[in-house]
Ligand binder design. Structure first.
Ligand SMILES: Cc1cc2nc3c(=O)[nH]c(=O)nc-3n(C[C@H](O)[C@H](O)[C@H](O)COP(=O)(O)OP(=O)(O)OC[C@H]3O[C@@H](n4cnc5c(N)ncnc54)[C@H](O)[C@@H]3O)c2cc1C
Length: 337
């Protein structure tokens, strides 16, 4: 290559092509190097199964990572590159895209340049495209509903907890024991979050559904114990300690059976591979992580919390009784004695 060039551009996709187009009027001598051949024009270009399923147009090249492992970079060596196959646009990346980003299957390292370096160029393009000031970018349709549903997650969980508290309160005619039952939930939530972190999964909508599912499964352990203990106290006059002790002994087997059934059912979801597994995996991970931790902890903590709240409830009731006695009018008090 005896000739000299002012600029050499590698690749003829949207990136290289746009750069060449922008520099062309400058009069500089530009060389575009393209590794690929022309994309053959054939019916399979438009076949989703061929393009996305069997990756017909993806090069089988494997690249090496610094640790020696190889990976498939999904490159398309054709004139026009992947841009041509996917009708791609050059989008304005977000600020965080320039830093290190953790993806589902690996880490995308930080760029050597920052968003602030390229922001003026993004602005220049927008200016040259002459976008009207009224043009605004926002999510619509399904994407907008998805974003809205994310913002309501905390409210959804709170509403579920309040509903559970009310139903349990009515069921056991108690203000305090629904709290004993709900005390099982933090350990399940922590277990689910730890498991998600361990497997590098995000707190996605599916993971939130998994946590709501956990609320139901884990709460059942508390209900099984408290239900039995309350009846033993109220119907058979047992002390709170004896009642919960007996509940623990008798309800251990059904608690273990139901929890293990749910936990083992979650394992294939958590370990699953194949199409669509990325959607199911957070659900399985939440279930397995949440159930494991909560099962280990709540078998010990629920009886302790039950006894504590029961004694607290009795102390408060005793004080209230004393107060009402003290406030009775003297005549009525005298009449009663
Ligand atoms: C499966 C998939 C689906 C996508 N779907 C969409 C979508 O729906 N919408 C969207 O906007 N974007 C989509 N994209 C992203 C889009 O394809 C890219 O953002 C865009 O094409 C990037 O343009 P580029 O110029 O950087 O790369 P490319 O268009 O890939 O161009 C790179 C060029 O460099 C050439 N080249 C590579 N190595 C060498 C070398 N050593 N020497 C010479 N030439 C070389 C290649 O042959 C190619 O022509 C998708 C990407 C993939 C992989």
């Amino acid at each position: 290559m005896a000739e000299r060039y002012d600029v050499i551009i590698i690749g003829s996709g949207a990136g290289g092509g746009t750069l060449a187009h922008r520099l062309a009027p400058s009069g500089k001598k530009i060389l575009i190097l393209e590794r690929g051949d022309w994309l053959p024009r054939e019916a399979r270009n438009w076949n989703v199964g061929d393009v996305f399923g069997i990756n017909r147009y993806v090069s089988p090249d494997a690249w090496l990572l610094p640790d020696g492992k190889s990976f498939q970079p999904q490159v398309h060596y054709f004139v026009g590159g992947a841009t041509k196959l996917f009708g791609a646009a050059l989008y304005r990346l977000r600020k965080e895209d320039f830093g290190e980003l953790k993806h589902y299957d690996g880490v995308s390292p930080a760029w050597p340049i920052s968003y602030d370096d390229v922001a003026p160029w993004y602005d220049k393009v927008a200016q040259e495209m002459n976008f009207p000031p009224s043009l605004q970018a926002d999510f619509q349709g399904t994407a907008a509903s998805f974003r809205n549903s994310l913002s309501n997650e905390a409210l959804l969980i709170l509403a579920a907890l309040v509903t559970v508290y009310i139903v349990l309160g009515v069921l056991y005619e108690s203000f305090i024991h629904p709290v004993t039952i709900l005390s099982t939930l933090p350990s399940a939530g922590v277990g689910a979050l730890l498991a998600l972190m361990l497997f590098g999964e995000e707190l996605s909508v599916v993971a939130i559904i998994g946590i709501i599912l956990l609320i139901g499964i884990v709460k059942k352990n508390g209900i099984m114990m408290v239900d039995f203990a309350l009846e033993a106290e109220r119907e058979h006059g047992k002390s709170s300690t004896d009642a919960i002790y007996e509940a623990c002994l008798l309800r251990f087997r059904p608690i273990m059976m139901t929890t293990m059934a749910a936990l083992l059912g979650g394992i294939p979801l958590a370990l699953g591979r194949g199409i669509g597994s990325e959607l199911r995996r957070p659900l399985g991970i939440c279930m397995v992580g949440g159930l494991l931790l909560s099962q280990v902890l709540t078998l010990y903590t629920t009886p302790v919390i039950y006894i504590f709240f029961d004694n607290l409830g009795k102390r408060v009731a005793g004080k209230r009784e004393k107060n009402t006695e003290g406030h009775q009018p003297p005549a009525e008090a005298a009449g009663q004695s």
